[in-house]
Design a protein. Structure first.
Length: 395
């Protein structure tokens, strides 16, 4: 069916308490049998307060109709969100990590329950906002934000596949999420955990605490990844559920130094073995599985010692120790495998010596008998905060 000539659409006012402008125009829909049906589409453009004159409302309508008037316009498929989600799960989701897929499946299930039978073309910001408001009663802000992130992925692909032309998530008001402080094991915590553990897990906890590598990366280590002579360890792979090997997070191989003490402890797991063998094995002689070895061998010890956290707390503790040792940011990023230094800073749970010194000086200012001339002078080579910002921008 050929597209009709340029259309301006139709405007009218609706409502009693609050009058709104409604736009109406024709759109072509591609049916499942391949036929094209032309239907009227209506949409609220805004209130009379937003568009006090018909000319202003017409401008808003022109923007909506511009897609239909485009020479490249083609009829869009009609599909419910349920059908779109199933197609996305079939074509897109297999490209994601197993752990990511588990979360996405849960998010999609929630969306299908909420709007599964709604046609994709009829989904707009108002409908999505209503769904989020309903979820606020029983779901955390973090869960809602995660669900919106998955919805955005699906919707962006719907636009690429020409199911829709509009962006339904534009203008959403999301609940505020306050990031909770994550547990971090101190050096003393690590010593207590190691003392309560049996081989090979005592060595594993020492390795994770010193290097900060992820639990899946520990399971992915092979004998050949440990260079005892040069005290170097290389992270080349990771392990997901069911002992499936994959690339490390961010797809980057990482190589960094380990201490002579750790190298000595790893010697018994390296000497006399072939390079392709897993470095650490379970009682059954298989490669460790991330969820299992944490659940069975770390969690019981943490419960016994009264400590909160899991394997990730070793990474947070490692980042904190690196900060206390004044390790360069590049070193911290490489060891933790972070692409963004901001992420590395989120892993740091420490109050620096400079901060403590500043706090002490501030406290002294308000003590009785303290005179302003007693306040220590800044060195002449220290600039102001604005100087520092200017220098950073210049660099």
């Amino acid at each position: 069916m050929a597209r009709r000539r340029y259309q301006k659409g139709h405007l009218y006012i609706r409502g009693k308490r609050e009058k709104v402008w409604v736009g109406r125009w024709l759109e072509d829909e591609l049916q499942l049998d391949g036929t094209v049906v032309r239907r009227y589409k209506s949409e609220v453009l805004g209130t009379l307060k937003q568009f006090p004159t018909k000319r202003l409302a017409q401008r808003e309508l022109d923007a909506r109709v511009a897609v239909v008037n485009s020479p490249t316009y083609r009829a869009r498929p009609t599909a419910t969100f349920r059908e779109l989600a199933e197609r996305w799960k079939l074509l897109v989701m297999p490209n994601h990590e197993d752990s990511t897929q588990r979360t996405e499946k849960s998010d999609i299930k929630a969306w299908v329950e909420a709007i599964g039978d709604v046609l994709v073309k009829d989904i707009d910001c108002e409908l999505i906002q209503a769904v989020l408001t309903g979820w606020k009663k029983s779901r955390s802000a973090k869960t809602i934000r995660n669900r919106v992130a998955t919805f955005r992925l699906i919707w962006d692909k719907a636009k690429a596949w020409r199911y829709v032309a509009h962006t339904a998530y534009d203008g959403l008001d999301l609940p505020e999420y306050i990031r909770q402080e994550q547990p971090a094991f101190t050096a003393e915590n690590v010593k207590r955990i190691i003392a309560e553990s049996k081989a090979p897990y005592d060595t594993i906890w020492r390795l994770v605490a010193e290097t900060g590598i992820r639990r899946g990366e520990v399971c992915g280590l092979n004998v050949g990844d440990v260079d005892l002579a040069n005290h170097i360890i290389t992270v080349k792979r990771s392990v997901s559920r069911n002992r499936k090997l994959k690339s490390p997070k961010n797809g980057k191989t990482r190589m960094f130094a380990i201490s002579p003490q750790l190298a000595d402890k790893l010697k018994g797991y390296v000497v006399g073995r072939t390079v392709d063998e897993p470095l650490f094995l379970s009682k059954r002689g298989k490669r460790l599985e991330p969820d299992n070895f944490v659940k069975r061998h770390l969690k019981p010890i943490l419960k016994k010692l009264g400590l909160e956290g899991a394997a990730h707390a070793f990474r947070h503790g490692n980042a904190t120790l690196l900060d206390s040792l004044r390790a360069p940011m590049k070193v911290r990023q490489d060891r933790l495998g972070h692409a963004d230094p901001k992420t590395t800073m989120l892993y740091t749970h420490a109050v620096s010596a400079d901060e403590r010194s500043t706090a002490e000086q501030l406290g002294a200012l308000f003590e009785p008998g303290f005179l302003s001339q007693d306040c220590p002078k800044l060195p002449t080579n220290v600039g102001t905060a604005s100087d520092a910002v200017s220098e950073a921008v210049g660099n």
